[in-house]
Design a binder for this molecule. Structure first.
Ligand SMILES: Cc1ncc(C[n+]2csc(CCOP(=O)(O)OP(=O)(O)O)c2C)c(N)n1
Ligand SMILES: [Mg+2]
Length: 337
């Protein structure tokens, strides 16, 4: 973790914002754990990739964004979709293949999209969404809307050609796009260091695009929030893209099928001590926020989760005839909005 940015002064972040960061992290944590429990009960259809451990990245960016900003996710995108306002019911319902799901139960975990919340899709082809995010930013620049696009991607995506193509053009055209690398140390089962020429796969390449090197603690919600605010302000002022590498760790395996046994035990233990949700709760208590306030956020999140779980279970699977709707063949791209 060389030259990692120091934490911002907490005094700069209002209490309401801090509580919102905490609420988002708790809701994501609870919902992802529930998704895992439901795989074990065979209630989740298809594969899924959980973001347990990545909550601070989603909350930090989600809270910093404007309602009409764009988010582009990978297949590991439940957290970013929720951080933009998609409900637990719509996410869990989609994972379970129910009509109440975001894609009416027809897409599953890897295709979460919520255009009304600015979530412009989850992309399973590693790196494919980076030029698309640059395109959305180009559209915003052309229309003069001040919208900013954020593309979230893993450390592995930095070795894909599309990463470099998107960064280059975004910098040449000064596009309002924020490239956010969630460096969790691993691709599927391979440590990123085993296949990468530099130690920090995104930050160490920033200079190739004339961007400042930004390497931050992705498990500290306030560090992430501050970096996000700065990047959005820069983009809205016409200053062009940012590339931010957030150091984090996934608490489980790559996907539902992976127990993650290839990771050294002491490495897992070290990172579990840096659990972003636990650390943030301690931070807020130390700052004088009452335990009862945080307990109430926890209880409200759990009540929402229980209600969403029951409602998703009660929702039917898609009708067979719906296989022919929401596709290009039904007359256009209206389903995207
Ligand atoms: C172009 C492409 N190559 C390979 C894959 C198979 N694949 C899916 S996820 C993944 C690992 C990506 O790792 P990283 O970018 O670090 O993201 P993480 O899963 O850690 O969030 C790979 C190789 C793919 N989906 N797309
Ligand atoms: Mg990774």
């Amino acid at each position: 973790m060389s030259s990692i940015a120091p934490p911002p002064s907490a005094a700069n972040i209002p209490e309401a914002t801090r509580l919102e960061l905490y609420r988002q992290m708790i809701e994501i944590r609870y919902c992802e754990k529930r998704a895992h429990d439901m795989f074990l009960q065979n209630l989740v259809k298809g594969t899924s990739h959980l973001a347990l451990g990545h909550e601070a990245v989603a909350a930090g960016f989600g809270v910093a964004m404007n309602k009409d900003d764009y988010t582009f996710c990978t297949y590991r995108g439940h957290h970013h979709t929720m951080a933009r306002g998609a409900s637990m019911l719509s996410v869990l319902g989609e994972l379970m293949g129910r009509q109440c799901g975001l894609m009416k139960g027809k897409g599953g975990s890897m295709h979460l999209t919520s255009a009304e919340n600015g979530v412009m899709g989850s992309y399973a082809i590693v790196g494919a969404h980076l030029p698309i995010a640059a395109g959305a930013a180009w559209s915003a620049q052309y229309r003069g809307t001040k919208q900013v696009a954020a593309a979230f991607f893993g450390d592995g995506a930095t070795n894909i050609g599309a990463f470099h193509e998107a960064l280059n053009l975004a910098c040449v055209w000064k596009l309002p796009v924020v490239f956010v690398c969630e460096n969790n140390g691993y691709m599927e089962y391979t440590p990123i260091g085993a296949v990468t020429a530099v130690a920090n796969p995104a930050a160490d390449r920033a200079s190739a695009y004339d961007l400042p090197r930004q390497l931050i603690d992705g498990n500290d919600a306030e560090v992430v929030y501050q970096a996000a605010c700065d990047a959005y302000a820069k983009a809205r002022a016409g200053g062009g893209p940012s590339l931010i590498e957030c150091l984090t760790y996934r608490h489980g395996g790559h996907s539902r099928a992976d127990p993650g046994k290839y990771r050294p035990k002491d490495e897992v233990e070290e990172w579990m001590k840096k659990d972003p949700v636990v650390l943030y709760r301690i931070r807020l208590l130390q700052a004088g926020i009452a335990e009862a306030t945080l307990d109430e956020i926890d209880a409200t999140a759990m009540a929402k989760l229980e209600a969403a779980t029951e409602a998703a279970k009660a929702s039917p699977p898609p009708e067979l005839a719906s296989a022919y709707t929401d596709v290009y063949a039904d007359g256009g791209a209206a389903w995207r909005n």
